[in-house]
Design a protein around this ligand. Structure first.
Ligand code: ASP
Length: 310
């Protein structure tokens, strides 16, 4: 039961009552002291490109999974976001990345602690499609090669901006106010759902720390009968509340709408010393973006409407 709450802001999609729909996020948090109008404009452009890439898949009749992977690729490659290139750095200066991909049929794959995979979501997908397992920690070169995922030198992921953030976090205390994890949820023409989330975690996190992103049910979840959901925020609170699964079960057992479910789950997250955002796409009905942080990078594309917030 929530004892502390933060005001929840929400956006409901338009034109996505049924049929194809894509909702994405590029992290919840605060603007951070290095935000500039140019960087905000760049983030907005990247979100638009991610929506275009993902929605093109849905329009072409591809699966919800193809759509979320396409959208996530764009954001993983864009250094403004905390995923792939531009990932947040651990206390020892390493980009240690996590990702999860889940289909509404319950099939799921995830990785934690990857350091060389260009698009960590591809490694998560490989775990889902090419192994009998669900979650891999620090997959080695041999596995990555077998899975056919593209790799890069560790230095590729480390940007000047993130080095600066790490220095500041270590000098001034942890920088919990700025995040940038990315995620996408989609419904395809067949009515199937999928969710994908990818992150570098939290700046100055201890080496080996695992957040909510790669844990099915916590930062990522999809069930064709309820919702697809992806979270961003203080991962520890998303794990304590099993946030994305909680959204689903509120819909399933309490009969809540996607909006009420996301909002009540954010209250529970606040009660567990966290804050952040959720994107939720129900099996039927409009998608929801909800957050109790200062801001959230996000957007959606429906057959008749599109929206981006950065
Ligand atoms: N949830 C992510 C984590 O805790 C961080 C974020 O969303 O900013 O790893």
């Amino acid at each position: 039961m929530a004892t502390t709450t933060l005001p929840v802001k929400s956006i409901v999609t338009k034109g996505g009552e049924d049929g194809i729909l894509l909702v994405i996020h590029g992290g919840a948090g605060g603007r951070g002291r290095h935000s500039t109008p140019e960087r905000v404009a760049q983030t907005r452009k990247d979100l638009e490109r991610a929506l275009e890439a993902g929605y093109a898949q849905l329009e072409a009749g591809a699966s919800a999974e193809e759509a979320v992977v396409a959208a996530v690729h764009v954001m993983e490659d864009a250094p403004e976001f905390n995923a792939g290139r531009g990932a947040a750095l651990t206390s020892d200066g390493i980009a240690q990345m996590d990702a999860c991909l889940m289909g509404g049929d319950g099939e799921v794959g995830a990785v934690t602690g990857v350091r060389t995979v260009k698009n960590p979501i591809d490694a998560a997908r490989a775990v889902k499609e090419q192994t009998k397992h669900v979650l891999f920690a620090e997959p080695q070169d041999k596995e990555l090669e077998d899975w056919g995922v593209e790799t890069r030198e560790e230095s590729y992921f480390i940007t000047e901006q993130r080095k600066q953030s790490l220095l500041e976090a270590q000098r001034d205390g942890d920088e919990w106010e700025k995040h940038g994890t990315i995620g996408a949820v989609a419904r395809d023409a067949q009515g199937h759902l999928a969710a994908a989330t990818s992150t570098g975690g939290i700046t100055n996190q201890m080496h080996g720390r695992v957040g909510d992103t790669p844990l099915p049910g916590c930062g990522t979840y999809a069930n064709d009968e309820t919702v697809a959901a992806s979270g961003t925020g203080i991962g520890e609170a998303y794990i304590r509340t099993v946030a994305c699964h909680q959204v689903s079960e509120r819909v399933r057992f309490a009969g809540q709408s996607a909006l009420d479910s996301a909002s009540d789950t954010l209250d529970d997250i606040a009660a567990h010393r966290g804050y952040g955002g959720l994107i939720v796409l129900p099996a039927k009905g409009e998608g929801v973006i909800a957050y109790n942080s200062e801001m959230m990078n996000c957007g959606y594309q429906s057959p008749t409407d599109s929206y981006v917030q950065a």
